[in-house]
Design a protein around this ligand. Sequence first.
Ligand SMILES: C[S@@+](CC[C@H](N)C(=O)[O-])C[C@H]1O[C@@H](n2cnc3c(N)ncnc32)[C@H](O)[C@@H]1O
Length: 223
Amino acid sequence: MSSKEKGKLAMQVGRLYGSNRRADKPAHIYLTGLKKGGQLYQEMVNKNSGFENYLIDLAEKTHVELFPLDRIVYLSPDSCTPLDDIDQEKIYVIGGLVDEGIKKNATQYRALEANIPTARLPIQEHMTRLDGMPTSLVLAVNQVFDILLNFTKTRDWSQALAVGVPRRKGFVAHSNTLSNDQRDDHNNTHGDAHINAHSKENSNNHSNAHGNKESYTHSNEVT
Ligand SMILES: C[S@@+](CC[C@H](N)C(=O)[O-])C[C@H]1O[C@@H](n2cnc3c(N)ncnc32)[C@H](O)[C@@H]1O
């Protein structure tokens, strides 16, 4: 990852942390593969006020070193397997990647090498493709996290994806589940600038104070 991409990833982690703090059912977050004193760590500190006091688990080890392999699910936009449900016993890994020129299969291949199953968000199953618009299934780290948080709360993929997938990705929610942002987009042809990030450095997983164990790891390890 370039310095610019690391800065973007650090900001996405800040947004992710903010979402988790506001969540009714917060997740237990691990940032893995993050070397204290490294450039990404420094970006985290620079971009996020109070980062060193964040209530998350930081680890220099990777998710593969920290968790039993049979509990890990690596989330990848290129996976063939749609994520049906969130299993409280599993660790869900979000790749700490900001790839402005998208590196297809980066996390998919990395997971395959480590014998870890992968899953993609079920966007095609629960959203409608917009005619005449290019589509992308690649979301930013914090967007993926927000969708998982929302699904944990609502148990409804249509709603969770409607809130988390920007219309510029070429998919729209079914009309009864349109998010406010998507409703606004119906009257506005300009989407926000979007960051396709691909970095490779940390991992975050989380469980909540009520014993909710689902975990979201976000790891930075693909080159
Ligand atoms: C900006 S994406 C990186 C895309 C990169 N080309 C790759 O192969 O992972 C950051 C991370 O968010 C997660 N992600 C993004 N879109 C996803 C999707 N549609 N389904 C599952 N995970 C997704 C993946 O864990 C991914 O590594």
